[in-house]
Write a protein that binds this ligand. Structure first.
Ligand code: SF4
Length: 381
């Protein structure tokens, strides 16, 4: 039994589909028995609140104990910094105490960037860095057959003396070659939400990685500037299924950057136009400013309502120091806000606040810049 565990990350009612674990479940389907424990959904145990750490640990232990003796058992945990890490630590410690023989593997942004630190914990045996689908299958095979752990791509592990070994990351699997997500095996009604976009908003992720290397961004360690994407045909197929089977009326594209390829987005927009969805995605300001008017019009026709972009700073010098790359500039952030106003799309900008050498001055300058953007955005056409 492979137990996939998504630690607590958000308040009940906002939980997105646990897409990373569902992608792992998809490759396990038909090969290994698996179950997914999401600490973010409401359960029969606690219908009105999130589970406590103790309740989550007890649930994981119970699921692992259900496995027949001859079945391999593994706890696979996805961990982001913040609340997920805060829960993953006590829960994994408790599982280790209750079931010392069950291997525990962590994957995701935090372990990928901090494998040595994570493996310093006695309750983590393995870290899978970067894309996890193939590595997880290889790890399970190694644990079952005694195959050398050194052959598992992207695995960090401890040898007999406790020394941490980092296997090289192998070439990632193209996303269209990965199987479809097992929507029927998760409580979909808990993952569809009322949002600005619609009444039944779902999360989807259509790509992996990003070709840029901003100095503050965890995506860089995860993808090493590679970018892999689902084809527009595949995204259309998935969204059509979500509309038909679950009555979805809006989608949030949780890609690290959805807009990297204009040709892909243009075809996607054309393909989903008839689905009647509203959608949201993350994209770089300079990339979106390069898009043609025809693509913008097509995106709007297909239901684009809001775009999240990292504007980061009001200072071009700071953008350079962050290695923001491309043609990023504060002026472009203003220009894009105006362009989106013309198309009726809401810009959602994020900033990194209080940067050196003068954090207070940086704060004031950034807030002033945010006010300017808001003024531009509201200026009548
Ligand atoms: S462009 Fe965005 S996703 Fe890519 S490295 Fe920079 S902050 Fe990260």
């Amino acid at each position: 039994m492979i137990v996939l565990y998504n630690p607590f990350s958000t308040t009940p009612g906002k939980q997105p589909l646990p897409l990373s674990l569902m992608a792992l479940a998809a490759v396990l389907e038909g090969r290994e028995p698996w179950t997914l424990v999401d600490a973010n959904v409401l359960s029969e145990l606690a219908p009105k609140r999130s589970l406590t750490d103790q309740e989550v640990a007890a649930t994981l232990v119970a699921r692992l104990k259900q496995a027949p003796r001859d079945e391999s058992r593994l706890l696979a945990v996805t961990v982001m910094p913040g609340p997920q890490l805060a829960q993953a630590v006590p829960v994994c410690r408790a599982v280790r105490q209750a079931l010392p023989d069950v291997p525990i593997v962590w994957g995701g942004y935090f372990p990928t960037g901090h494998a040595d630190t994570v493996l310093g914990a006695r309750y983590v045996d393995f870290v899978v860095r970067s894309q996890g689908e193939r590595s997880l299958l290889e790890l399970i095979d190694a644990l079952k057959t005694g195959r050398a752990l050194s052959s598992v791509g992207g695995l960090s592990w401890k040898d007999g003396s406790g020394r941490v070994i980092h296997n090289p990351v192998t070439v990632p699997t193209p996303l269209d070659e990965l199987p479809a997500l097992p929507y029927t095996r998760v409580p979909m009604n808990q993952y569809l939400h009322q949002t600005y976009l619609g009444r039944r908003t779902v999360a989807h992720n259509s790509s992996f990685g990003c070709p840029f290397s901003c100095s503050f961004c965890a995506v860089v360690a995860m993808s090493n500037r590679r970018w892999l994407a689902q084809s527009p045909a595949r995204i259309e197929r998935v969204l059509r299924q979500l509309v038909t089977d679950y009555g979805v009326d809006a989608v949030m594209m949780h890609d690290m950057d959805f807009f990297i390829s204009e040709a892909r987005v243009a075809e996607f927009a054309e393909r989903i136009e008839k689905l009647g969805l509203a959608w949201w995605g993350l994209g770089r300001i300079d990339t979106l400013m390069r898009y043609s008017d025809a693509t913008w019009r097509s995106m709007v026709r297909s239901g684009l309502r809001m775009v999240f972009s990292g504007a980061e700073s009001a200072s071009d010098e700071t953008l350079r120091a962050m290695n923001k790359g491309g043609t990023s500039s504060a002026q472009l952030a203003l220009d894009l806000a105006r362009r989106m106003r013309d198309y009726g799309v809401v810009p959602e900008y994020s900033f990194v606040l209080g940067l050196p050498p003068d954090p207070l001055e940086d704060l004031e300058r950034t807030f002033e810049f945010v006010r300017r953007i808001n003024t531009e955005r509201r200026r009548p056409l």
